[in-house]
Design a protein around this ligand. Sequence first.
Ligand SMILES: C[S@@+](CC[C@H](N)C(=O)[O-])C[C@H]1O[C@@H](n2cnc3c(N)ncnc32)[C@H](O)[C@@H]1O
Length: 472
Amino acid sequence: MRRFRLSRPVALAWEHGLIRSGASVFDYGCGRGDDIRYLREHDVAASGWDPHYRPANPVEAADVVNLGYVLNVIENPAERADVLRKALAPARRVLVVAVRVDRGPLSGEAFEDGLVTSRGGFQKVYTQAEFLDYVESVCGCKPAPAGLGVAYVFKDPALEREYLARAALGRSAFGRRFTIAEFESSELGAAYLSFARKLARLPRPSEFPQFAALAERFGSPRRIRKLADAALDPAEIESLRLQKREDFLVCYGAMRLQGMRVTRAALLPAETQADIRSLWPSYRAARAEGERFLFSLGDPRQAAAAAQAASVGKRVAGSLYAHRSAEEQLPALNRLQLFAARQIVGDTEYDVLKLAADGQKVSFLRYPGFDNDAHPCLQSSLAVYLPRADYGFRDFSHSENPPILHRKDALVDETYPLYQKFAFLTRQEEKRALLSRPDIGRKRDWEKVLRQAGLEVRGHRLFRRKSWPAGP
Ligand SMILES: C[S@@+](CC[C@H](N)C(=O)[O-])C[C@H]1O[C@@H](n2cnc3c(N)ncnc32)[C@H](O)[C@@H]1O
């Protein structure tokens, strides 16, 4: 079977910025070469070798080497370790290793340390912890978990630090600041700001002739006001300083969790060095604070208190829920918790985060309909128990009565493009006293509540039901 998109490990390495323009990729155990073909189509110099499909190809050194789902098909444990070492050797900057990590039991007959499946193939199925320990024991350094069953073994420490800094600050870390920067640097945004400075206040839409074009690019008047406020207000500068301080602590904690000792500021990216100089009297002082901060991760009460004080997200029964777009705005300690959770399960797709009231559990919740459905259904949850470095997966995709979300506006911040839409529905539902009821948490129950109230939701609006559905 030919694949028409990247395999998961290569897609992750791409998304994480490890495969970037100018980087070469070698696919060790490349199968039919689907990843190679796709990468070449996107102007990445890629080649590969496979004992079965491309035995004549040479094994070549490359910036990134991929060993994707090869280890788990090798029956002999000694050969498996040998293949891992052989794939590591030609990697100049990083080796990407992927194995099958199953979420549920796999049936088959025991063979060596794995199973022979019903289709006759051998599979060594790992748990995440076993996989990471195994890679570390063979490669001699701690791999960075990139996802369930996917890990990076870095050979280039600068690339590792860069990756960790990004991973620690979250995928959306640069999102909000980027939007503000984009607003400031765009021709229209800059014109609007300079007019605002002249007026010493924000211009009303009618006062700014190109307002319609500005709105088309950046959203509603309210959103534009927020962006402009953020670009102009000195308090925002102070809050950015605070954020930079927290960003450093999170990055520092992340590097220490990854087992790196950052003894000299010179080992850090130039921008971080400049931040440290402007925020602390010395690197020693910054490190001391970093160590204290890292230590506080071991105290669930502090994590729980941080979540309670968060300025984003909604609290339900003591737990904090927040949309992924708000991840960057979580308190530093909670962001470090997220990093610690990703140390266990890697980067995992999710829409909403849940930080448990006890400060010990982080759950990544998938709501594929988050933007479009007024009350999206929970598809799956991956809960990570930090003290035990353990996790549990629950699949609701076949459930007829899955948990659903309400008050989506409380999960995002006001700059989220759909904030107004979400907030409007919440106000309507509140007015009808629907949200204070205890029986609205699941799809069926919510539908029943709406029916009994003679209401229905269309799009993100509540309407009086036109007619009762015909009875049986
Ligand atoms: C499940 S496929 C994965 C192919 C590809 N990497 C991907 O992700 O689509 C496993 C591949 O491992 C290859 N393989 C088996 N033993 C190997 C070995 N000792 N060294 C390298 N590759 C091996 C097989 O030929 C097969 O193509």
